[in-house]
Each structure stands twice: as C-alpha cells, then as structure tokens.
Design a binder for this molecule. Structure first.
Ligand SMILES: [Fe+2]
Ligand SMILES: [Fe+2]
Length: 152
C-alpha cells in the first residue's frame, strides 16, 4: 500500500472515524424503530432526522473514500482486489438512493402493516451498509497484513 498519501487526501484514520459515525447512526435508527409505541407517530420524526443525518454522513464518507488510498492506490498495488473494489464503489450511489427512498416514503406510511414493511426494508438497507463497510475493512486489513509480511 502507499506509504505517503497526499496530504489533501483523506487518511485511513479519517475514513475510520467516518466509518464509526456511519455505523453509529444506524444503531440509533434501530433503537428508534424498536422502541416505538403502538399508534405513536413521533418515532417517524426521529427516524426522519436520523436518516437525513445518515445520508449527509454517507455522502461525505463515500466522496472521501473514492479519493482515498483504498480506492485509488490499492487496486493498482493489488489488482486481484480491483474488481471487488469497483463493485463496492458502484454500491455507493445505490446505498444512498435506498436510504433516500426510505426517507421519502416514511411520511406516507398508511397503516401498521405499511410501517412493518418499511421497517423490514430499513433493516435490510442497514444490513447492506454494514456488509459494505465490513468488506472494505477486510480488504484494508488484509492489504496491511500482507504489507507487514503476513502473506509469507
Ligand atoms: Fe464504501
Ligand atoms: Fe466505507
């Protein structure tokens, strides 16, 4: 991996901090939907604010990430990871659009059954985001390990 990333590029530490923020908001969202009361619509306002916050954080994170060592240097140094990284980069707009759609639909949930279906889709979107971030972390850890001579 690259030893001297350009100073105006996000560092791995920056990305790590963003990653934690992007994972903390979905935790709060899960708690928000899990603790909603029967017939109490106030959770929707909290969920709306959390999804808005998540979308903002993800826009920043994804934009920084594709300029970072992980997506710029690593595919050159480790061509066998390039296709996987290209697939992960292509997922960014899809993940964002999924949360934006959920936010738009939140105001129009007609009944408890529509609410349950929306919550199931929210949980699936969060699971996709977690899997996406875990794949990136795994690629970085393995590349770092190989740099240290771990691959033999
Ligand atoms: Fe990503
Ligand atoms: Fe990421």
């Amino acid at each position: 991996m690259r030893d001297d990333p350009s100073p105006n590029r996000p560092s791995n530490d920056d990305l790590h901090r963003q990653h934690h923020a992007c994972m903390a908001i979905p935790e709060a969202l899960q708690r928000c939907v899990a603790s909603r009361g029967d017939g109490d619509p106030t959770w929707r306002r909290a969920a709306d604010a959390l999804i808005a916050e998540l979308c903002l954080a993800l826009v920043q994170h994804f934009a920084d990430e594709v300029r970072s060592e992980l997506f710029v240097d690593l595919p050159r140094a480790r061509p066998w990871d390039a296709a996987r990284l290209a697939r992960l980069a292509a997922e960014h707009p899809v993940i964002l659009a999924g949360f934006a759609d959920l936010r738009r639909e939140l105001a129009d949930l007609a009944d408890a059954s529509a609410e349950s279906r929306w919550i199931a889709r929210l949980r699936a979107a969060i699971a996709t985001l977690r899997r996406h971030e875990a794949e990136e972390t795994e690629i970085m850890l393995i590349a770092g390990w190989d740099d240290l001579g771990g691959s033999g």
